[in-house]
Design a protein around this ligand. Structure first.
Ligand SMILES: Nc1ncnc2c1ncn2[C@@H]1O[C@H](COP(=O)(O)OP(=O)(O)OP(=O)(O)O)[C@@H](O)[C@H]1O
Ligand SMILES: *[C@@H]1O[C@H](CO)[C@@H](O)[C@H](O)[C@H]1NC(C)=O
Ligand SMILES: *[C@@H]1O[C@H](CO)[C@@H](O)[C@H](O)[C@H]1NC(C)=O
Ligand SMILES: *[C@@H]1O[C@H](CO)[C@@H](O)[C@H](O)[C@H]1NC(C)=O
Length: 374
């Protein structure tokens, strides 16, 4: 077995790093030449998650429903500072794409910095905390820091089992290709990656950045992955989405998003498997890879693959479900960890179901120290 590994290693890579790994006990890594720093690239809206147990007065003051997800309006601007002043808060590095990269890194564990993340933040206190929090997750975050808008935040106002989320994109909306992605040291990190992931939300921020990364992936036969992210993306950012679609190798979405997408594309079906087939058949630039469509359906089977098969999720007793927020992000993170380790698709989906199952047992998008997944 060792010899076979060694031979595979020689074939797979000529580089010294890999050779030196084979003589060490961790030589197994060579079978997955994948697990090197910066091999997974993500770009999106970085948010500092601020969560606290609050009281009803606080919800009322900002007219928040106990269970909701909204974008901050002017009347919420003071909410974030007040939350920090009045309550005991917890901070986490957040935002959909950053969460997924974080979870992929957690699934992989070693080495650190397998995941790279780009996004825009402000030069402020929340930005400093976000940088620190990202570092703690061992993701190699390189933020474009500007001083016109403050760092994006997402407040989780918890009352009992309820949580009211208020997101303020702020600086996240200000990512600029020429100010960050195009810079040589940043672009080098993009080139180092072999798997790319950008949530559909980023279509509202910088389509040209997405296209630059997508084209690079396609031209070099690397994997470009995207997420439909929300019905409004399929609807109101349809043109941008369809500009990027020909470069998408792996398309994620949940059933609601899939249905919204199908409606916009006049697929004339609401059947998730039929929608997956039609999305898979949409024009594609890199002909060396067939598109893979992955649609989740909450507690129901995930739909995926060349032949569009279904894969059951991990069973969970409903009373063990604490908070399904972030289930989708976690699913994607687990899946990406499999892709970057060059595991077969059925293993990627298993990893995805595992990480989603871990996250829904916990409040927010948090996880224990180590995964228990092989
Ligand atoms: N009720 C549930 N029982 C078991 N697994 C679940 C349940 N809800 C979510 N999951 C897990 O999480 C994955 C993603 O769930 P879902 O399709 O609900 O994503 P989502 O709606 O995008 O989540 P969110 O937007 O809340 O992050 C599922 O494929 C499954 O593995
Ligand atoms: C949680 O919200 C529901 C309604 O969404 C409400 O009935 C319940 O009382 C709330 N619980 C707490 C502790 O606020
Ligand atoms: C799918 O995600 C959307 C957000 O894009 C959410 O509103 C919806 O409830 C989710 N659907 C299911 C079935 O979980
Ligand atoms: C991304 O994809 C997952 C899994 O298919 C889905 O559940 C989720 O709602 C999507 N959205 C985001 C923002 O990750």
């Amino acid at each position: 077995v060792l010899w076979r590994l060694f031979a595979a290693c020689l074939l797979a890579s000529q580089d010294q790093k890999c050779l030196s790994k084979t003589v060490q006990p961790c030589g197994w890594l060579c079978a997955h030449k994948a697990e090197t720093a910066n091999s997974l690239f993500g770009m999106g809206n970085p948010l500092l998650d601020i969560s606290a147990v609050v009281d009803k007065d606080f919800l009322d003051k900002y007219s928040l429903k106990p269970n909701d997800q909204i974008l901050a309006e002017d009347k919420h601007k003071a909410l974030f500072d007040e939350l920090v002043k009045k309550f005991k808060v917890e901070y986490h590095a957040g935002g959909a794409t950053q969460n997924s990269i974080k979870i992929a890194q957690w699934m992989i564990q070693e080495p650190h910095n397998v995941g790279t993340f780009f996004g825009c933040i402000g030069k402020d206190k929340f930005g400093e905390i976000l940088k620190q929090k990202a570092k703690e997750t061992h993701v190699d975050a390189h933020y474009y820091e500007q001083d016109e808008e403050p760092t994006g935040t997402c407040a989780a106002c918890i009352t009992g089992d309820n949580r009211s989320l208020v997101a303020n994109l702020a600086a996240a909306n200000c990512y600029k290709k020429e100010k960050h992605l195009d810079l040589e040291e940043n672009w080098k990190l993009v080139e180092k990656a072999r798997v790319y992931y950008i949530a559909g939300f980023f279509l509202t921020v910088s389509v040209e950045s997405i296209l630059k990364v997508a084209k690079h992936a396609s031209e070099n036969n690397k994997l470009f992955c995207m997420n439909l992210s929300a019905p409004f993306i399929c609807q109101f950012f349809k043109d941008s989405l369809m500009q990027v679609m020909p470069y998408i190798d792996v398309l994620f979405g949940n059933e609601t998003e899939a249905t919204a997408f199908a409606k916009e594309q006049d697929f004339e079906t609401e059947d998730i498997q039929e929608i997956a087939k039609k999305a898979q058949a949409l024009p594609k630039v890199n002909k060396k890879r067939q598109r893979i469509v992955v649609f989740t359906q909450g507690k129901d089977d995930t739909v995926m693959g060349d032949k569009i098969e279904t894969f059951p999720v991990l069973k969970i007793d409903p009373k063990d479900i604490v908070d399904t927020n972030g289930a989708g992000d976690a699913f994607v993170g687990g899946f990406l960890s499999g892709l970057v380790q060059e595991k077969p698709l059925d293993q990627c989906v298993k990893a995805a179901h595992y990480s989603a199952n871990v996250i829904i047992r916990r409040a927010g998008c948090t996880f224990p120290e180590k995964p228990d997944f092989k």
